[in-house]
Each structure stands twice: as structure tokens, then as C-alpha cells.
Design a protein around this ligand. Structure first.
Ligand SMILES: [Zn+2]
Length: 51
């Protein structure tokens, strides 16, 4: 029932953006390892209403 919609806001571990929509990346064992921009780094759709 997972939907491809951003539901988390946080800091991306790949770029320096903060307060962007993120998704969690897990290793093959399902352990959360990093956060990344939901739509990919550099995509303005990641930005929250704040900007
Ligand atoms: Zn990013």
C-alpha cells in the first residue's frame, strides 16, 4: 500500500538541502542508512512551501 508521494521532510544526505521532501534509503537488509531528496537532488519539487 505504499504510495509514491512525499510524506517526510528532512535533510538530504547527498546534497546540502534542508527542509526538503525526502525518502529513506535502506540497505539490502532493510536498515535505514540515508535520506535523499524525494524527486532527486536538484529538483525543485523537493522544496517545501517554505521557500
Ligand atoms: Zn538531495
Amino acid at each position: 500500500m505504499f504510495q509514491e508521494v512525499p510524506n517526510q521532510v528532512g535533510c538530504c544526505d547527498f546534497c546540502e538541502n534542508q527542509n526538503v521532501f525526502i525518502k529513506e534509503f535502506e540497505d539490502p537488509f532493510g536498515v535505514h542508512v540515508m535520506n535523499g531528496c524525494f524527486y532527486g537532488c536538484g529538483d525543485k519539487r523537493n522544496e517545501t512551501e517554505k521557500g
